[in-house]
Design a protein. Structure first.
Length: 70
């Protein structure tokens, strides 16, 4: 997924948003989801942070990338 602010807080907020939007009605509450995401990201391992070539084949194009193992 894409985020505008690729800090830990930005990633946490986007991940919460995706999970809340996709959860069934009878699933966990939003507060429980927030707690689960926060706990998961505390132990997350940073795999890569940097620039990646953009596959759209344009001149001087790149994507700022961060990869986490959760």
């Amino acid at each position: 997924f894409y985020v505008d602010n690729y800090t830990k807080a930005g990633i946490e907020a986007k991940l919460e948003e995706i999970i809340v939007a996709s959860k069934p009605k009878e699933a966990h509450s939003e507060e429980e989801i927030r707690a689960l995401v926060k706990a998961a990201l505390q132990d997350a391992l940073l795999i890569k942070q940097g620039f990646t070539p953009d596959a759209r084949n344009t001149d001087n194009a790149w994507a700022e990338t961060i990869a986490l193992q959760i």
